[in-house]
Design a binder for this molecule. Structure first.
Ligand SMILES: Nc1ncnc2c1ncn2[C@@H]1O[C@H](COP(=O)(O)OP(=O)(O)OP(=O)(O)O)[C@@H](O)[C@H]1O
Length: 243
């Protein structure tokens, strides 16, 4: 059993060995996923609706445990780690959920600042950073608004700010531009790219937006029939460290 997190900089940020997962007896939403993401890499994940993108992301941020196979995070085999270690690993991941998961009783500012509050940071230290981030995602005028009064796109931008506020080592985003116009979508992805370059954050983004993917030119992995393929639908099965 692993009881503490040691930092292993040369290890992939995330590695999956023989991961198989499904929900109903006999189904295989994901079959034999083998992959490794290098620290500081940036990937898009595409695939038809229902191909298992959200499932794969949930396995990455430990919201689900694979039926078989292993998930390694920051060099730690999560199947052998204690709960306390898993909590610490999880805190190094920023997640943008497809359904946002904002807290309705908190303002946009409070929602975005939540990860910092949870780890006990002093508001005086982080207030300016959170405000700057909210301005950057175009919500400078809406910092005191509650989620129920925000549009879908505005809620999505709060969710992105919340995922980035802690400068995570790994950012996982499920359709982060699904509710904003193309211009705002590109601006948000460029913000994430900046984080990727400046802080070497590893980024993994599931999206249907193939136009955006093409324009940004980042490597693409594609889920098809339960397998992870490189690039387009004609690409080869993905079985190793990314280039
Ligand atoms: N909690 C669940 N219980 C049962 N089946 C589920 C559950 N979650 C997902 N599934 C099924 O697993 C398959 C993959 O779903 P998933 O949401 O991972 O796909 P996706 O590629 O993210 O889809 P989309 O692009 O539409 O969001 C689908 O057939 C879905 O119906």
């Amino acid at each position: 059993m692993i009881t503490e997190t040691s930092f292993l900089p040369d290890e992939p940020t995330i590695r999956m060995d023989g991961v198989n997962h499904g929900y109903l007896q006999g189904d295989h939403v994901l079959g034999d996923i083998n992959m490794a993401l290098r620290p500081g890499s940036f990937h898009f994940l595409t695939g038809p609706s229902g191909s298992g993108k959200t499932t794969l992301l949930q396995l990455m941020y430990l919201a689900q445990t694979p039926r078989t196979g292993r998930v390694w995070l920051f060099g730690v085999d999560t199947s052998r780690a204690e709960r306390k270690v898993l909590t610490n690993l999880r805190r190094r991941i920023g997640v943008v959920y497809q359904d946002f998961r904002l807290l309705d009783h908190l303002t946009a500012y409070e929602n975005a600042a939540l990860p910092l509050r949870v780890i006990g940071r002093n508001e005086r230290e982080y207030r300016d950073d959170v405000m700057e981030l909210l301005h950057w995602v175009g919500l400078g005028e809406r910092i005191n608004a509650k989620p129920t009064t925000l549009s879908g796109g505005e809620q999505q931008r709060v969710a992105i700010a919340r995922a980035l506020v802690n400068k995570p080592d790994l950012l996982i985003a499920d359709e982060p531009t699904g509710n904003v116009d193309p211009e705002m979508g590109e601006r948000l992805i460029r913000l994430i790219l900046e984080l990727n370059k400046r802080l070497s954050t590893t980024v993994f983004i599931a999206t249907h937006d193939l136009t955006l993917v093409k324009r940004l030119g980042a490597p693409v992995l594609r889920l098809e029939n339960g397998l992870l393929m490189k690039g387009s639908s004609t690409g080869s099965a993905y079985g190793g460290e990314d280039e």
